[in-house]
Design a protein around this ligand. Structure first.
Ligand code: NAD
Length: 258
């Protein structure tokens, strides 16, 4: 996983072009942050397989947006950074080509990275719907004995209507992201941070929670950690937490402005 590198713009610097793959819930929050100048960039180019989504996003923004008709067209714009906010399949399909072009890549669909043969040193992973990964990755260098992720969501998120807490999955992060490709990117993000240790994942359908709740317990060589995140689901897309979009905004800001 790559750490952000300072990139200050000078008078002679090339334009800072942001490429966005996926104009859904996360892509929209991110593009709005650019339009509101929370992130300083010169141009936004977007690509979505669903052209209507790209057009809708462009129409909603008071900021110049170029719509790429294809992934190849997006690459031809030579963006400074590309953000994948589409799907695990999109990350698998596009990441190798983006990395080969030496373009900085931010991946939201982190589940795709677990089984992908790509140079991860060129890929930036935002903390997504969780956090504290700096501490966890530090502990991983000394040695992690146990890492457990317990995720609770309202039964609606799983299309269930259980009245009591129900265990819907228990196992590895690798399997969790395959079983719940839209829900369990957090397991992949954590798995990348704790390497070479493995994450034990529990997914619970819990009628008592309205927020997407992720609890992380880590036992490591010199102590223990307990982190808990309770995220409001995104109003447009209940699979997604707003924190995931804001973590990508923060990372993009660091890459472009620091
Ligand atoms: N890292 C995290 O913690 C975290 C948290 C939430 C969501 N996510 C992931 O981020 C991704 C985006 O989430 P979202 O809520 O914005 O999803 P969304 O469904 O609201 O939007 C995804 C958009 O991407 C487009 N798309 C899908 N496949 C594409 C492809 N191959 N090429 C181009 N466009 C494509 C879709 O048409 C859609 O407009 C998802 O994979 C989601 O699982 C990660």
């Amino acid at each position: 996983m790559k750490q952000p590198k300072a990139q200050r713009k000078t008078k002679t610097s090339p334009p800072r072009i942001v490429g966005l793959i996926g104009c859904g819930a996360i892509g929209t929050v991110l593009a709005e942050a650019i339009a509101r100048k929370l992130i300083v960039c010169d141009e936004l180019t977007v690509y979505d397989v669903d052209t209507a989504k790209a057009q809708q996003l462009k129409k909603s923004l008071r900021f110049p947006v170029t719509i790429a008709a294809s992934f190849d067209e997006l690459l031809e714009r030579k963006p400074t950074v590309i953000i994948e906010a589409a799907s695990q399949q999109a990350a698998k399909d596009y990441a190798p080509r983006i990395v080969a072009e030496d373009i900085a890549l931010i991946v939201l669909s982190t589940g795709a990275l677990l089984g992908l043969n790509v140079d991860l040193s060129k890929v930036y992973v935002p903390s997504g719907a969780i956090g504290g990964l700096d501490a966890i990755a530090s502990a991983a260098l000394a040695g992690i004995d146990e890492a457990v992720l317990t995720s609770r969501k309202n039964p609606r998120a799983f299309g269930l209507d259980n009245q009591e807490v129900k265990l819907v999955y228990e196992g590895s992060a690798e399997e969790a992201v395959q079983r719940f490709p839209r829900e369990m990117n957090v397991a992949a993000t954590l798995a990348l941070a704790v390497k070479p240790a493995k994450v034990k994942v529990q997914v619970l359908s819990d009628p008592a929670v309205q927020r997407n709740t992720h609890e992380i317990k880590v036992k490591w060589r010199f102590g223990e950690m307990l982190l808990r995140f309770a995220n409001d689901p995104h109003p447009e897309n209940p699979h997604t937490s707003a924190l995931a979009a804001w973590s990508a905004i923060k990372l993009l800001k660091t890459l472009l402005e620091t």
